[in-house]
Design a protein around this ligand. Sequence first.
Ligand code: NAP
Length: 530
Amino acid sequence: MSASTIELLPNHLGGQRHVGTGAGTTLLDPVLGDALVRVDATGLDLPGGFERVRRQGGAALRALTYRERAGLLKAVAQVLQAGRDAYFALSTANSGTVKNDSAVDIDGAIYTIGVYAKLGEALGDARVLADGEFVALAKGGAFGSRHVQVPTRGLALCINAFNFPSWGLWEKAAPALLSGVPVVVKPATATAWLTQRMVQDVIDAGVLPAGALNVVCGSSAGLLDALQPFDGLSFTGSADTAALLRRHPAVAERSVRINIEADSVNSALLMPGATPGSAAFELLVKEVAREMTQKSGQKCTAIRRVLVPEALYGAAAEAIGARLARVTVGNPRNESVRMGALVSRAQFDAVQAGIAQLQGVAETLHDGRGAALVDADPAVAACVAPVLLGSRDPDQHALLHTTEVFGPVATLMPYRDLDHARALVARGEGSLACSLYGEDDDAAADALAATALDLAAVHGRVHVVTPAVAALHTGHGNVMPQSLHGGPGRAGGGEELGGLRALNFHHRRAAVQAAPTVLSRLTPPTPPAA
Ligand code: NAP
């Protein structure tokens, strides 16, 4: 098929549909290698389009109350629910994921929108948020100050990574829309199809004001140049791209607010006192195997480092390896396949290179790559089977703590005592998530709480798993909209989700100083709980 006969997906910006005038980039099926669709933004007037988004989309959204905007989110969720089967098909074709992994992306997005719809409903008929209480600035309180949060007058440019074309879109868009801020999404090119289709479906359904939701596919050229001082930039992707964006004049000179979710070398820690086969040991083994293989390890929150008491290194290697050995890899259309592909051949090469790099400083404890793929051609499919590495001397090699191989790969490490374990975890230089595995008794709970607080300084989220919550916990790598997503240091320093906390990014905080009679008319008296 010649490139020009492959469907070219339109962009949608400021209430207008635009078809790129260039040759575009062809999106591929990462399992079969087939050409799917093309994306292109050549010829798109970004400054003009962004201005329409601010004027039309922004003004229309801000005219509504939080409750009314929550209603819009409910309507969006209904549109997506209706298109769910088509989205699963697109996900299989363009991301190479098995059904359960597609569900993490698609159903996870619909759930997140639903949570924000409920939170918005609870905010009621207000158009601004209170921030703290009245503070007297004059004797007797005849003059004072109150803080308010008002929706920003700009737009939210949301640039996403390739691994979550659906969830990545909506976990950013839902809080922005609820805040009254229009969204321009720029999906990662490799998997842009699902994002583009969802946005197009919502636009076609007419459930949002014109210009409230927009999609630009293809090259990122010019996007940041078109940003103005009151816009926000919400980025998810690699640390390298994040560094470029931080230096861009929009951010460095025009003070565009930026949130960065970057890569992260997350860890799982089996607490001291565990024995082979103990409940905590088994919970860790199960979660590590799940995290390594869910979405073929292409989750920013996935477990990359596994820390166990040194006496358990061998037993843990064996138990995790045994679980990984049961994972069938190949074409997600075959029902027997548990793990599909990486998103592209480029990622396949990057993951193979990353494994080779880590093998230079680590031993190989399990390598599934020798097994035949199910229904897939190894010369074409971007499928990599799980690899468990290990290092008996994790203090020696910085690479183990700083290299994120974005695939089904993790490294097992022994620790001497809890201080040593915490020091090893902290060598990740700031991560998105850490999980702890212990028992339920009081002494264990004391140690888990103390360790969680210690590690909270270097993580956005600490996830504690004990036998009492074995069947209830939400998973190390699952990002719940109620909890904060983001992490300090190398993880980008960003904050997303966390319930209503996500609205902070899309509001401007200001102090109003006046007589109490004026201040009492600004907002409801107390800020809503997060
Ligand atoms: P990437 O290469 O940094 O790309 C991310 C996004 O940035 C893509 O949409 C890309 O567009 C765009 N982009 C690239 N250069 C740009 C520029 N100069 N200006 C504006 N936008 C630009 O990252 P990736 O390879 O897609 O994603 C994998 C990485 O993301 C992993 O390291 C993973 O850990 C991280 N990640 C983090 C999180 C988190 O929440 N912390 C979540 C998911 C993934 P094109 O695709 O068109 O190049």
